[in-house]
Design a binder for this molecule. Structure first.
Ligand SMILES: [Zn+2]
Ligand SMILES: [Zn+2]
Ligand SMILES: [Zn+2]
Ligand SMILES: [Zn+2]
Length: 540
């Protein structure tokens, strides 16, 4: 085997020709098929993690303690390391891993509504709502609205949008900017989401809203659940009594909400939420069980409770030196609640929504034009600017407001947890939003781990000699359990050479297109993918 040209931590400087030569050198080695098999689990990843250490194969029969059958060091394997896919959800970071994440997100959201992946199929009959909650206005921005669609296919919509801000009286703000815009903006117009007047726009309130939006969502869900509990009481639907861990009996309302929620950044850089919300009952004997809600409470009640909660829930933010009363946090008026309906054959009437949501889960702030990692004192100057464009002012607002730390307990030796407005600095690169892009209820929704484990097991069944970095996985046979346990440490990130990246990514892509499109299109796809690999994606 050739010793690969190690990229280390230097940015790759090889040209496309160099990569092709390295790929050729690798592919003509006698052990190339073994190498390809070895990297298969991480092949599509643009920046896999390399792990080195010992791999133990152990066997356990019944309840006896495990017996070690084999011990191998990664030195004996191709490249003397194991490759593990980076596993990011971000499409901008690693398209292949993001595609896997998107597929899992799709499965999770879909089985929330139809069952499957550990969720009983009976959930399809539970009342369910697709809810959208957006932030309020922090100042006028360029928008594209279509009042009435005449198109048949919304994805290929060519309907004429309304003029952006049509105002006959030509108002001018205090800064001398005309607060009108007669343009009918195209879908990809770069002005969309930009304030009409940057100086009028309330960037402070905007970032604080993003920061507290997750809390607003939690409170909203609680408010809706309380309203439903109240309704149950009114309708004399009996509450349940369960005994908690301390042995004390506790009364529980007979319904609860399960949700799968995705955060999406709007062009104006305000976060908004899309959520599937399902009404469940409660089994007092097994609180984790997914059971239908009691009769006498239906989808209209769920819509009503959510409408009430979205309209009334507010958060009081703490005082800030720049705003002694804090900022009000509430939903804007663009609220949408759609009952989830099933077609006669049991499929979702609007299955496309599930796909959209799964796709949003692989995105971050790219729609706003800003994509950076976490910012610190050294780098903040490159992005924050109080007189710059919209995102530069938002980042500046995060940094300025985030200077305010809650009073510190001087006797404490541990670093205080970042609370309140101080979190704005941590999330400045996300324009204040510090939450997850996909969250779900703890109960009644499939976990990511379930799908991940299923994938590992499936891959094992396809591979004769599993060499992937199983930290603790098990293959179950009748009475015996074979365990592969790795005691591994991190050795680096990225492929050894651009040539390796080219070969691994291409083979992963081949495998994918074989699955997805069939053989006819294969030659074409491969050609495209070979050209599409960007050296910059090969972070060392
Ligand atoms: Zn990856
Ligand atoms: Zn406009
Ligand atoms: Zn249209
Ligand atoms: Zn102004």
């Amino acid at each position: 085997m050739t010793t690969p040209t190690h990229l280390g931590n230097q940015p790759p400087t090889l040209t496309g020709d160099g990569a092709a030569q390295l790929a050729f050198a690798r592919a003509t080695q006698p052990d190339y098929p073994q190498w390809l098999e070895h990297v298969r689990a991480a092949a599509g990843c643009t920046r896999p993690i390399r792990l080195v250490g010992d791999l133990y194969t152990a066997i356990r029969t019944g309840t006896a303690s495990a017996k070690i059958l084999d011990r191998r060091h990664t030195d004996q394997l191709p490249d003397r390391a194991i490759y593990k896919a980076c596993g990011t959800r971000l499409a901008t970071v690693c398209p292949s891993c993001a595609r896997t994440y998107q597929g899992d997100a799709y499965q999770i959201l879909r089985s929330m509504l139809l069952g499957g992946n550990g969720i009983p199929g009976t959930v399809a009959a539970h009342p369910g709502v697709y809810a959208t909650g957006t932030g309020p206005s922090f100042g006028d921005v360029h928008t594209r609205t279509i009042n009435r669609h005449s198109c048949t296919n919304r994805e290929r919509c060519d309907c004429r949008p309304e003029p952006c801000h049509a105002r006959r009286d030509n108002p001018v703000c205090d800064h001398g900017t005309a607060m009108v815009c007669w343009a009918r903006h195209d879908r990809d117009d770069s002005r969309l989401g930009q304030p009409l007047c940057l100086d009028c726009y309330d960037h402070d309130h905007h970032t604080v809203w993003n920061l507290y939006s997750t809390k607003l969502w939690h409170r909203t869900k609680q408010t809706a659940e309380r309203r439903l509990a109240h309704l149950c009481r009114q309708r004399r639907i009996p509450f349940l009594v369960v005994v908690d861990q301390t042995g004390r009996p506790r009364r529980l309302p007979p319904v609860r909400l399960a949700h799968g929620k995705v955060a999406e950044m709007q062009r104006r850089a305000v976060i908004h939420f899309h959520a599937f919300i399902r009404l469940d009952g409660i089994n007092p004997a097994d609180l984790d069980a997914v059971v239908p809600p009691p009769a006498g409470i239906g989808v209209e009640d769920l819509v009503d409770a959510l409408r009430h909660a979205l309209a009334t829930t507010t958060i009081d933010t703490p005082p800030h030196p720049d705003q002694p009363d804090g900022w009000p946090i509430a939903w804007g008026d663009q609220i949408d609640l759609q009952p989830i309906t099933l077609a006669a054959d049991g499929s979702l009437t609007d299955e496309k929504i599930v796909g959209y949501l799964a796709k949003y889960a692989t995105k971050s702030t790219e729609i706003t034009g800003h994509t950076s990692g976490r910012l610190d004192n050294d780098r903040i100057g490159d992005y924050a600017n109080p007189t710059g464009d919209h995102t530069a002012r938002l980042i500046h607002a995060c940094w300025r407001l985030g200077r305010h730390r809650p009073p510190r307990d001087l006797r404490s030796t541990t670093r205080p947890a970042l609370t309140g407005y101080a979190r704005l600095r941590r999330w400045a690169h996300r324009l204040g939003y510090g939450g997850h892009f996909l969250t779900k209820a703890r109960r009644g929704v499939t976990r990511f781990g379930v799908l991940r484990q299923r994938r590992i097991t499936y891959r094992r069944q396809q591979t004769a000699t599993p060499t992937e970095p199983a930290i603790r996985t098990a293959d179950h046979t009748a009475a015996e359990t074979t365990l592969t346990v790795g005691v591994l440490t991190y050795a680096g990130t990225g492929w050894h050479t651009l040539g390796d990246a080219l070969l691994a990514n291409t083979s992963a892509d081949l495998a994918r297109s074989r699955r997805e499109t069939g053989r006819e299109e294969l030659a074409h796809e491969t050609g495209t993918q070979l050209r599409a690999i960007q050296p910059t994606a090969l972070a060392a």
